[in-house]
Design a protein around this ligand. Structure first.
Ligand code: KG4
Ligand code: ZN
Length: 345
């Protein structure tokens, strides 16, 4: 019998009800049920619908994960759950479920940060943790550049988006072009047949004065406006060219700033995490630019970039192994949990 911790992780911060199980850094199960189709006609996630969907899906997803991992509930050493940030009603379903399990089993609970969990999932594929590393975290709700000295205890924010998150920009522009929700995967697909240099869209916060005052912050609102104006002024626009040029503007800025963060901190390791890290163009460009700058790059496989339970279980397992204290019984959901708070103390 392995003495590595067997950890069950629950994720319900947005529209995915997900349960992952890991032993140490080995992934045993990763089951996801998404309510995305129920939100599609509203063009975005409707919190009430998401919460109800979590309630309806939770029990089945939990059992499916246990079956997949070929373990029973009583084998578990610890329960991890996303405590924030996210939609409060949605988070509550996960937190209440995890609390019930932990209490019933008499096992510790780790209420962890969704964003730190995104970054930590990279460690399922690697035995060696690189410390420190720069992390570019790009999801539907957040875009930040972080310095990670230890993913279980020390995350520092270098910069973040002043307005929309990168994923949010993808979703909004996709909606204007009738590409459906979520927009990121649709634009990624559409862009493959387009010309990324067809339209020169603006790169936010990359003027020379910005590099002095806001080197690691992002802004995508100017880009969004520029694309909307272009679409209005060009009734017969070539959609694939717009997708490719818009996508290029986003990933170019993300990578310019990530490389700069590595250079100015002297850290030659970069992890890219969150739903937008699944973007095929970002993955290619990141590799090119990191090779050139001699930065070692890690990006989790695409299925582990978007929301999942494995990342929550992974961070929980790392917390157990690092000897971090569990969270108190009766933890609350923290909808606006700061990216620098790794877990609920
Ligand atoms: O991390 P995530 O699954 O959920 C949040 O924590 O927000 O990220 C979801 C975001 C959505 O905005 C979605 O459009 C975007 O990630 N996304 C992508 C791709 N896949 C998902 N954006 C660009 N290209 C993709 N392939
Ligand atoms: Zn996420």
């Amino acid at each position: 019998m392995s003495n590595e911790p067997l950890v069950l992780g629950i994720e319900t911060s947005c529209d995915e009800t997900a349960v992952g199980i890991v032993r140490g850094r080995t992934l045993l199960a990763n089951v996801i049920s998404s309510s995305v189709e129920e939100h599609a006609r509203f063009g975005g996630v409707v919190p009430e619908i998401a919460s109800r969907a979590h309630l309806e899906a939770m029990e089945a997803i939990l059992h499916q994960a246990l079956n997949e991992a070929k373990i029973s509930l009583t084998d578990i050493d610890a329960v991890a759950v996303t405590a924030g940030p996210g939609l409060v009603g949605a988070l509550l379903v996960g937190v209440a479920s995890a609390s019930g399990l932990a209490l019933g089993l008499g096992k510790p609970i780790y209420g962890v940060n969704h964003l730190a969990a995104h970054v930590s999932v990279d460690l399922l594929a690697h035995t060696q943790e690189v410390k420190p590393t720069i992390a570019l975290l790009v999801s539907g709700g957040h875009s930040s550049l972080l310095q990670v000295d230890d993913i279980t205890s020390s995350v520092t924010k270098l910069g973040e988006s002043m307005d929309d998150a990168a994923g949010e920009a993808f979703d909004k522009i996709a909606r204007v072009m009738g590409l459906g929700f979520p927009g990121g995967p649709a634009i990624d697909r559409d862009a493959r047949s387009g010309n990324k240099t067809a339209i020169d869209f603006p790169r936010g916060l990359t003027q020379s004065s910005d590099w002095e005052t806001r080197p690691f912050d992002f802004s995508f609102s100017g880009l969004k406006t520029a694309v909307a104006r272009y679409l209005e002024a060009t009734p017969n626009y070539a959609r694939a060219d717009v997708s490719a040029s818009f996508q290029e503007a986003i990933v170019d800025v993300l990578m310019q700033k990530a490389i700069r963060a590595c250079a100015s901190t002297g850290i030659d390791s970069l992890v890219i995490a969150g739903g937008v890290a699944a973007n095929s163009r970002l993955r290619t460009l990141a590799q090119e630019r990191c090779d050139k700058a001699k930065i070692s790059l890690r990006i989790p496989e695409p299925a582990l970039c978007t929301d999942n339970g494995a990342m929550v279980a992974c961070l929980g397992s790392l917390m157990v192994s690092a000897g971090r204290a569990p969270s108190p019984v009766g933890i609350e959901a923290q909808s606006s949990m700061s990216v620098t708070t790794v877990s609920v103390a």
